[in-house]
Design a protein around this ligand. Structure first.
Ligand code: AMP
Ligand code: ZN
Length: 466
């Protein structure tokens, strides 16, 4: 059986994955900063992490998945300068920082649900863990890793010899490349804030008392405090997007390992960016789409998921509408295979999965989550002659990893049509019954705009994707 190999950023090579304890896997994924809607680039990273979790589960590991919600302390630059993103987001929305945290957290989970991303077992908010963060800073203080400036408590990276090991950068190289120093009170340019004081004379919306003065935690400390609390230290796997390697994760390692004297996590996995015309997709770049934008244009959220599955997570994914069209078509074809198998009397409970096909699928996903190759196995399989029950059993088994909700596809076509289209179809029927043909035609045009044709059959109207 193919063993699971994962590319570990720490050491930059594929390594065989072995959990620290029996068959249980502790997995920590850095969650969203909830000051705006997540864009589809962010969502690509969460899909990659979802695939990782599903592959672990497919390999019969019992996963404990923890994700934080950054609802305070992430400043507008990843270094410790600028304003808190939450306070900026609140001002722009004309709401309180607490309100927007709730609003965007809910929106985030609505998106992940639509993408069939499994919910973490533990979702923890930074603002709910202030005492844990303070305790960790005190531990670092007692061990001599911290110092005080006029605006906060900082971590002295020169005291931690392994600083930069994740990024494969030596401290001197990092400092040589650092831009002009903005905070002259820092001892080393790479030093970072553990606790920031509220500016004098300013009442922040989010601030807490601490042994050092009123303020708020630095961005990185929450992940060190919460991962240790829920997973212990060391734990198995930590992940995020590639942008986290040089700063956020590097600083998490420095804090956790300086405090506990043991490794923070065994495996570090990072997903590459989604890009648009060669540039990273980003909220501040002005080139970001939301999942809602895709849905408004008539795309199924799972077509976006399929698009992500089709590119290996360590390769940049260039987003184009054409590629999304291709993904939607491929997804529809896959569903059609399920439909036909069901219509042909297939029953997955009666079907057998060929060990040879399963091994090929497993070999692909276990080779550092090579899902594009696994999809190749799936397509070879569905195109070869199969009895309907075997076909269903195999596809539904593979879908435990792919997460395309194939088990919800039934012989009846209209089931997978988006809710919005189904509602428009019902309205059109009502208009036709009332002999309001102008209205009925307008509704048909609206349905067409969403990418569906209405076909009137003796059994009533049906829709078909173009
Ligand atoms: P944020 O909410 O900004 O903290 O980002 C959430 C996650 O999305 C992080 O893991 C980032 O690394 C990741 N991310 C940010 N931009 C992109 C992008 N263009 N493509 C893929 N992942 C991204
Ligand atoms: Zn983190």
């Amino acid at each position: 059986m193919a063993t699971l190999k994962l590319f570990n950023t720490l050491g930059r090579r594929k390594e065989e994955f072995k959990p620290l304890y029996d068959n249980e896997v502790g997995m920590y994924t850095c969650g969203p900063t909830v000051y705006q809607y997540a864009h589809i680039g962010n969502l690509r990273t969460y899909i990659f992490e979802d695939i990782l979790r599903r592959v672990l589960e497919y390999n019969n590991y019992k996963v404990k998945h923890v994700m934080n919600i950054t609802d305070v302390g992430h400043l507008t630059s990843d270094a410790d300068e600028g304003e808190d993103k939450m306070e900026v987001g609140a001002r722009l929305a004309g709401k309180s920082a607490w309100e927007i945290a709730q609003l965007y957290t809910e929106a985030f989970f609505k998106d992940t649900e639509r993408l069939n991303i499994l919910k973490p077992h533990i979702v923890c908010k930074a603002t709910d863990h202030i005492p844990e963060q303070i305790a960790l800073i005190q531990k670092l203080e007692a061990k001599g890793f911290t110092y005080r400036t006029s605006d906060g408590i900082y971590f002295d990276v020169s005291k931690f010899p392994d600083y930069g090991k994740l990024a494969g950068q030596r401290l001197e190289e990092k400092e040589a490349g650092a831009r002009v120093e903005v905070n002259p009170e820092k001892r080393n340019p790479a030093d970072f804030a553990l606790w920031k004081f509220s500016p004098k004379g300013v009442k922040r919306q989010m601030e807490w008392d601490s042994p050092w003065g009123v303020g708020f935690p630095g961005w990185h400390i929450e992940c060190s405090a919460m991962s240790t609390k829920y997973l212990g230290q060391p734990f198995d796997i930590h992940c995020g997007g590639v942008d986290h390697i040089p700063i956020h994760h590097t600083n998490e390692i420095a804090q956790s390992e300086a405090a506990e004297g043991v490794k923070m996590a065994n495996f570090w996995l990072h997903g590459e960016f989604m890009i648009v015309e060669g540039r990273r997709m980003g909220k501040s770049e002005g080139n970001a789409y939301l999942l809602d934008d895709l849905i408004k244009r008539g795309y199924d959220p799972l077509a976006f998921r399929y698009l992500c599955l089709n590119t290996h997570y360590r390769i940049q994914l260039n987003f184009t509408w054409q590629a999304l069209d291709g993904a939607q078509t491929a997804l529809e074809r896959l569903r059609e295979h399920v439909r036909t198998a069901r219509a042909g009397g297939g029953d997955p409970a009666q079907g057998k999965i060929s060990p040879e096909v399963r091994e090929r699928f497993l070999a692909a996903i276990n080779d550092d989550l090579n899902v594009p190759q696994a999809l190749g196995v799936v397509w070879d399989f569905v195109r070869s002659p199969q009895n309907p029950s075997d076909k269903l059993a195999t596809l539904l088994d593979f879908d435990r990893v792919l997460g395309l909700r194939l088990s919800e596809v039934h012989a009846e076509e209209t089931v997978e049509v988006p809710q919005e289209v189904r509602e428009l179809l019902t309205q059109r029927e009502a208009a036709r019954k009332a002999k309001n043909f102008k209205e009925a035609d307008a509704l048909r045009a609206k349905i067409a705009q969403l990418g569906y044709d209405v076909i009137d059959t003796p059994q009533g109207p049906k829709v078909k994707r173009r």
